[in-house]
Design a protein around this ligand. Structure first.
Ligand SMILES: C[S@@+](CC[C@H](N)C(=O)[O-])C[C@H]1O[C@@H](n2cnc3c(N)ncnc32)[C@H](O)[C@@H]1O
Length: 271
């Protein structure tokens, strides 16, 4: 599979697990999203003995939970470009690599990819690969944020705070798009999964609001630290970034998260 390029960099993931801030960023993702993803996996039938692959496992918060759910007979394979934050365990195998170039082990009862496909220009080919790893009747869970929905400020402490948050979003999302991310892919995932032959495809959309200093506000703050250079390139100043980070800690701020679309589909039992 050819990896497309954006500018001089290989297109793909817009963050970097090797940065000092990455452990915070990935932990915040788990805190914001794990409850919802766990609920949907449980509804999809996750149970002891399943073999599951967690693609782009990040901090491995889901990996660790999955390993508890399927132990002792089941097994979790956690795949990541940079797996340094993934915990180990007796029923966890960690694989390092680019999902665009890996062959996954087959016969999985579930494959989960949260906040990965939106970043990869080759998302439809990767989705076909993930489907190929499923056992007949196995479940594919694709979870991504719809970042095209921008009506996220429920309460702002000031017009200046609103302006800084909007400019931060514009700059961060612009950077992601320059790396090949599709900020609206989550909305198309159900159609693509149905077209690819999955059955019982169902999509759940979820968001909640967070006060300054919690949840999504901490994630935005962390992203603004991890991608400071790119935000400066996009025209924000260091003083504005300092001000933005103060705003994101202000309890007078109430922000919704991006809309999380979790799409679940099943490989037909007889294929
Ligand atoms: C936004 S984080 C999401 C982490 C975790 N899935 C979660 O939702 O909490 C994306 C993760 O996918 C990994 N990743 C990005 N592109 C990848 C690729 N092409 N192959 C494998 N892993 C990739 C990153 O290294 C990172 O750990």
């Amino acid at each position: 599979m050819t990896t497309t390029t954006a500018g001089e960099q290989t297109a793909g993931y817009m963050f970097d697990n090797a940065t000092d801030e990455a452990a915070n960023q990935l932990r915040f993702l788990g805190e914001i999203l794990d409850l919802g993803t766990r609920r949907l996996l449980t509804e999809a039938g996750l149970t002891r003995g399943w073999n599951v692959t967690d693609v782009g496992a990040g901090a491995g918060t889901l990996t660790a939970w999955l390993s508890d759910q399927i132990a002792p007979a089941g097994h979790v394979t956690a795949v990541d470009l940079d797996p340094r934050h993934i915990p180990t365990g007796p029923n966890i195998t960690v694989r390092t690599g680019d999902i665009r170039h890996l062959t996954l082990e087959g016969a999985q009862q579930a494959v989960v990819a949260r906040l990965v496909l939106m970043h990869l220009p080759e998302r439809e080919q990767v989705l076909a690969q993930l489907m190929g790893a499923l056992a007949p009747g196995g479940v594919l869970v694709v979870a991504d944020w719809d970042c095209t929905w921008r009506d996220m400020i429920r309460r702002s402490p000031s017009p200046r705070a609103t302006e800084l948050i909007e400019r931060f979003h514009d700059a961060l999302i612009g950077f992601g798009e320059s790396r090949g991310a599709d900020m609206g892919w989550a909305k198309r995932a159900p159609e693509v999964m149905m077209r690819a032959g999955l059955v019982d495809v169902d999509s759940h959309i979820e968001s909640r609001s967070w006060r300054g200093g919690t949840g999504i506000c901490l994630l935005h703050r962390s992203n603004s630290i991890q991608r400071e250079a790119q935000l400066l390139d996009a025209g924000m100043t260091r003083d504005e970034l300092t001000e933005l980070r103060e705003v994101l800690m202000d309890p007078e701020l109430l922000l919704s998260g991006y809309l999380m679309h979790t799409t679940v589909g099943r490989r037909p039992a007889h294929t």
